[in-house]
Design a protein around this ligand. Structure first.
Ligand SMILES: [Zn+2]
Length: 273
């Protein structure tokens, strides 16, 4: 892509998983990508998102190497099945974030990703509820923003987050309705779009982007997942995010520069960077 270097500058990736083994299995490794395709090309920031006690720590370790990488720690709804020991898990999570000095040192800026996922058969709804609520309580107690994962669970996710009026954050790779997005924005939540926005069948997501203000939008890769068109199905990294920004600029009838500066500012405001 000819203009990649120009258009990547200033982008903020609000959601990525650079600890994921796919980077080692399918590329030369996350470090080379981060050095050659991401930070050297002007990416303004990346939130490296943990999903369980092990990956939370991998995220922290990785972020030590890069000035512009920050961390979210949490227990993903699909990971609750592996552990099922909620007291131990919450205690462990708490130990990573319980004081501000520790958070600063480890560059932890949010609790996430947390939420509900009803996609695969056999999901444990009650257990997911418990983990979700305990982590929202933690965010409320520590006054930290949250990163929400909501797959096929829109109604329950909305009801639960709105129970916690003091907790705010972002719904990542949003897949709910335009109506739901508007209600969330009314309550000061952010909505984040991934490469899904560029897919040909993304009509519903495009509709969401049309009806909420740019001031409440973040963009993300969800790397290594959700690569944008025309890279769909391939491994994703933050350097490809300009394609999502470009699509958003088209939808909002504005310039890509405007999209980049607005979404970057929004991410920094939300994560207090
Ligand atoms: Zn994710």
């Amino acid at each position: 892509m000819e203009n990649e270097i120009l258009t990547v500058t200033g982008l903020f990736d609000s959601h990525a998983h650079y600890f994921d083994r796919r980077f080692e299995q399918e590329t030369d490794g996350a470090d080379l990508i981060l050095e050659n395709e991401v930070f050297s090309k002007g990416i303004e920031g990346v939130i490296n998102i943990g999903t369980n006690s092990k990956t939370n720590r991998l995220c922290i370790e990785q972020a030590r190497k890069y000035d512009k990488m920050f961390v979210a720690v949490g227990i993903h709804p699909e990971d609750v099945i592996c552990t099922e020991n909620i007291e131990e898990d919450i205690k462990d999570l708490y130990s990573l974030v319980d004081n501000i000095e520790k958070r600063k040192k480890n560059k932890i800026v949010a609790i996430g990703e947390i939420g509900l996922d009803y996609h695969y058969e056999g999901y444990q709804k009650q257990l997911q509820f418990e983990y979700f609520k305990r982590q929202l309580e933690l965010a409320a107690e520590l006054d930290m923003p949250v990163v929400i994962h909501d797959r096929d669970a829109h109604g329950d996710c909305f009801d639960i987050v709105t129970e916690y009026k003091n907790v705010k954050g972002v719904f990542h790779s949003f897949s709910g309705s335009a109506e739901m997005a508007k209600e969330l924005v009314k309550r000061d939540w952010y909505i984040s779009f991934s490469g899904v926005l560029t897919f040909k069948n993304a009509r519903k997501t495009v509709e969401v982007a049309e009806c909420i203000p740019l001031e409440k939008i973040l963009i993300e890769t969800d790397a290594p997942y959700l690569a944008p068109h025309p890279y769909r199905g391939r491994i994703k990294h933050s350097g490809l995010m300009y394609l999502t920004a470009q699509r958003l600029a088209e939808i909002k009838s504005t310039s890509i520069e405007n999209v980049i500066s607005a979404t970057s500012k929004n991410a920094k405001d939300l994560f207090r960077i």
